[in-house]
Design a binder for this molecule. Structure first.
Ligand SMILES: NC(=O)c1ccc[n+]([C@@H]2O[C@H](COP(=O)([O-])OP(=O)(O)OC[C@H]3O[C@@H](n4cnc5c(N)ncnc54)[C@H](OP(=O)(O)O)[C@@H]3O)[C@@H](O)[C@H]2O)c1
Length: 314
């Protein structure tokens, strides 16, 4: 099967730092031809085009769109927003891939799937759909590589702790004493780009991805403090208050339900995980919380200058 065509990246618009968008940039940097699938023409699509991608518009829930978009590509990264139609989109992608032929399908999943079985699922509709999607892809016989990251720094910690760290120097989450090892999507994207560039050694593999340390939220807050040069503390807020805040912010029910389950699993210690997938695939250690917060210091309210502290000590 010849494989000199473009690599398809779905969900390529995303926000800054989202997986598909970052993967697109990394593949273009490697000089590879990329077909970037977006849901609509907008500034993000224009930016992808300006960066050198072939931009195609389509809906992952429309089989005819997926057929049009996949045709001519033998390597595909499949990922999209946490949403109610995730399983349907996966099965459509699998059906199309079987019809047109595929050398590698890189499937975005979640690390919680590693703890799931027929008798032990979670109440998150998204985690269940990822678990079922993995089953369906295994039955499909397609050459799949499965990516199972733990919680994202860009997609979770930045939007959900940024405002309270900026305003009150506090991380406010209902995570109890549970430990967590968040991973940067920048690292997740580096793994996916490496696999897409040369899929053969990875086919059939499952890569679990975490950051370099699993620690409780006081430990995470210490890394924020080090990065921002002022004290950031952790407040273990009541789960119901957090859920109300998510609903008030207008998040879709599917996403709210998923986030509420994540918090429950965190409190139960189920995010206390360590995996070496980032280093194994890319040869580079995963980014720490401190490194991430330093890189995004402005979005967390900025790094305070140390002059004042130094002067008061004299
Ligand atoms: N966030 C986490 O902590 C975490 C942890 C582990 C795994 N994951 C997994 O990572 C994936 C999400 O990655 P991400 O945050 O990079 O994605 P994202 O930015 O939320 O979504 C990527 C794109 O998917 C597009 N999309 C949604 N529905 C579509 C449809 N029907 N047709 C075509 N495009 C569609 C969206 O388009 P628009 O922007 O135009 O709406 C969006 O730009 C999910 O599989 C999630 O389970 C997330």
């Amino acid at each position: 099967m010849a494989d000199n065509g473009s690599i398809l990246v779905t969900g390529a618009a995303g926000k800054l730092g989202a997986v598909g968008r970052t993967v697109t940039g990394l593949l273009l940097d490697r000089g590879l031809a990329v077909r970037a699938m977006v849901r609509r023409e907008d500034d993000r699509a224009a930016a992808l085009r300006a960066a050198g991608a072939e931009v195609v518009v389509g809906d992952l829930l429309e089989p005819a769109d997926v057929y049009r978009v996949v045709s001519g590509c033998r390597r595909v990264y499949f990922g999209m927003s946490v949403s109610a139609g995730y399983l349907e989109a996966t099965v459509i992608m699998a059906a199309v891939a079987r019809e047109v032929g595929m050398n590698a399908l890189i499937n975005m999943s979640q690390m919680t799937v590693s703890q799931m079985s027929v008798q032990n699922t979670t109440s998150s509709p998204q985690q269940r759909q990822h678990w079922l999607s993995e089953q369906a892809l295994a039955w499909s016989g397609l050459p799949v590589v499965t990516i199972r990251p733990t919680v994202f720094l860009e997609g979770f910690f930045l939007p959900l702790t940024g405002p309270s760290v900026r305003d009150r120097s506090r991380i406010e989450l209902p995570f109890g004493r549970g430990k967590t090892s968040p991973v940067a999507t920048a690292d997740v994207a580096r793994v996916i780009a490496a696999v897409l560039a040369d899929p053969a050694p990875h086919l059939g593999r499952i890569y679990e991805l975490t950051g370099p340390r699993s620690q409780d939220m006081d430990g995470v807050a210490r890394e924020y403090s080090d990065a921002l040069n002022h004290e950031v503390t952790y407040a273990d807020i009541p789960p119901k208050d957090w859920e109300q805040g998510l609903k008030k912010a207008g998040l879709p029910e599917h996403l709210t339900h998923h986030l509420v389950t994540m918090a429950e699993l965190n409190r139960a210690g189920r995010y206390d995980r360590m995996a070496d997938g980032v280093e194994r695939v890319t040869g580079r250690r995963a980014m720490s919380v401190r490194e991430f917060v330093s890189l995004h210091a402005d979005e967390f309210g900025g790094r305070r200058s140390s002059n004042k502290t130094a002067n008061t000590r004299i």
